[in-house]
Ligand binder design. Structure first.
Ligand code: SAM
Length: 239
């Protein structure tokens, strides 16, 4: 069986390759399908999307909020969130792949956005203080983390009481088989590392979250056992 460390290194290598290959979000059919043309207007080549949903559109962000994006990739959701939180707010993108962070910072420089910062880190051990953010977003990344309990514990820790989590992710209609989990294309492709719906939501509840729920963003296609969903939860005010 592949160790968690090896799995993360493989995932990181895959995404380092993908960001080198990707040139433009606007050539990427997935991004165009998921995001409205208005949202993508004005973004430079290189703001590639590897997501499976649109967490910013669903997160109801407000001016002045601090937002963290788990697995921020080339920065697209951070840049969209930065518009919503405005100059009084701040968005922190966390990613463990150096090539992604370099691309995200290049994109940020082109866009001249100064209320976003990118940090290298593992979403299983966030480089953020306790109770320091208002909203946790993420787009198709939690499924890649071998230790989802740790990811949700960390998300809970960094959220202020009353803070919210809005994560677009792949959920499964049945558990992936051991063979599917060992298939790197399926794993790094954001499918076989994920969990059946109730198991995924149960881990959020176990981490302390309340108001845990999900909505389907894109249903399973014929013959597939996975679908895209927007998962939401809240850290209670007394927790
Ligand atoms: C499917 S891509 C999604 C990127 C971005 N959220 C988007 O929508 O374009 C997955 C990203 O998560 C990062 N990643 C995967 N596992 C991670 C982990 N444990 N900690 C930090 N980043 C991780 C990868 O480096 C990659 O940039």
């Amino acid at each position: 069986m592949v160790s968690s460390k090896e799995l993360k290194e493989r995932v990181s290598r895959v995404y380092a390759e993908r960001i080198k290959e990707a040139s433009s979000c606007c050539d990427d059919g997935v991004a165009v399908e998921i995001y409205s043309p208005d949202a993508l207007e004005g973004l430079p080549d290189g703001v590639a999307s590897f997501g499976c949903g649109n967490p910013v559109a669903l997160a109801s962000l407000a001016p002045g909020q601090v937002v963290v994006d788990l697995g921020s990739g080339a920065g697209l959701d951070c840049f969209l969130a930065s518009r919503a939180v405005g100059p009084e707010g701040h968005v922190i993108g966390v990613d463990f792949t150096p090539a992604m962070l370099e691309q995200a910072r290049r994109n940020q420089a082109k866009l001249r956005i100064d209320n976003v910062s990118f940090r290298q880190g593992d979403i299983e051990a966030l480089p953020l203080d306790d109770e320091s953010v208002d909203v946790v977003i993420s787009n198709c990344v939690v499924n890649l983390a071998p230790d989802k309990d740790a990811v949700f514990r960390e998300a809970f820790r960094v959220l202020r009481p009353g803070g919210r989590l809005m994560v677009s992710d792949i959920l499964l209609e049945r558990a992936a088989t051991a063979e599917e989990m060992e298939d790197l294309a399926l794993y790094a492709g954001c499918i076989s590392g994920s969990l059946p719906v109730e198991e995924y939501l149960g881990k959020l509840r176990a981490a302390g979250f309340e108001e845990v729920g999900y909505e389907v963003e894109a249903p399973a296609k014929e013959g597939e056992f996975w679908f895209s969903a927007a998962v939401s939860a809240r850290r209670g005010v007394t927790a």
